[in-house]
Design a protein around this ligand. Structure first.
Ligand code: IPE
Ligand code: IPE
Ligand code: MG
Length: 247
């Protein structure tokens, strides 16, 4: 890097917010307390991402597999989402944050879907950070839904099967219009994707941090950005340095 040059800031950071339950258990507290503390970490992280100049921040809030948790925990998580939108939407809107939701919306019950739509609608013309909330999201489910839509186009005679390209598939995913994540962070020491952005993560850098999500904030976020800045991304080609030497 030329001295004085700023280290590259990722355009899109996605986070698997993990470890709420363990954070609580280690303190002898119910898992629900860990989830509430996790919401505070969300607030700190949205601010840190905006301050760092990141354009897109995706947060994995609830997976399509998380329905298999005990009913009481599922309803605690739904309650937290509800409260987060009700309490924080005005503030996020004031901060020029644009909210987008990814995940399957079809079987969300009660007031959850209207609240998510309201968050998107209120902030749709904002020009600051785009906060993508992955809710009832699973990558395989997303790819299956995109495939159904493409198959319907073919069935209707509007699309030739041979015209299906990776770009066209990408344009049918929930993340259409959102650039692929440059960096995925997972907290809690687990090192897996758990069905998160499988298609979009083809060339993503991964940073796995040991701390539990409720302990996450600007410091850990900036540490992940520093690790990202030290990585050599090649996208199947040669790094800029090697290419220059090779002429
Ligand atoms: C992440 O924390 C929050 C969600 C998955 C909704 P966990 O609830 O998975 O916490 P651990 O992994 O059990 O500690
Ligand atoms: C991934 O975490 C989902 C979210 C962070 C919302 P999980 O805790 O559900 O993942 P696994 O079960 O440990 O793989
Ligand atoms: Mg977990």
């Amino acid at each position: 890097m030329i001295s004085g040059e700023m280290p590259p800031v990722p355009k899109h950071v996605a986070i698997i917010m993990d470890g709420n339950g363990r954070w609580a258990s280690e303190r002898g507290l119910p898992r629900s307390v860990g989830h509430s503390k996790g919401v505070e970490a969300v607030r700190r992280t949205v601010k840190a991402a905006g301050d760092a100049g990141v354009d897109f921040l995706t947060l994995f809030a609830f997976s399509s597999e998380n329905w298999s948790r005990p009913q009481s925990e599922v309803s605690d998580l739904m309650g937290l989402l509800r409260r987060f939108v009700r309490r924080d939407l005005a503030e996020l809107h004031k901060s020029n944050v644009r909210i987008k939701i990814i995940g399957d919306r079809t079987d969300l019950r009660g007031d959850i879907l209207p609240l998510l739509l309201e968050a998107e609608e209120t902030t749709r013309n904002n020009t600051g950070l785009t906060l993508v909330i992955a809710f009832n999201y699973g990558s395989r489910d997303e790819i299956a839904r995109a495939t159904i839509r493409l198959a319907r186009e073919v069935e209707a005679g509007r699309l030739k099967a041979d015209a299906i390209t990776p770009d066209l598939i990408g344009a049918h995913l929930d993340t259409a219009g959102i650039p692929d994540p440059d960096l995925i962070i997972r907290t809690s020491g687990e090192e897996r994707l758990s069905n998160f952005l499988l298609w979009q993560a083809a060339y993503t850098e991964f940073v796995f941090l040991p701390q539990y999500w409720p302990d996450f904030g600007a410091e850990a976020f900036n540490e992940a950005l520093r690790i990202f800045a030290s990585r050599d991304r090649r996208f199947g080609g040669l790094s800029a340095k090697t290419a220059a030497v090779a002429g």
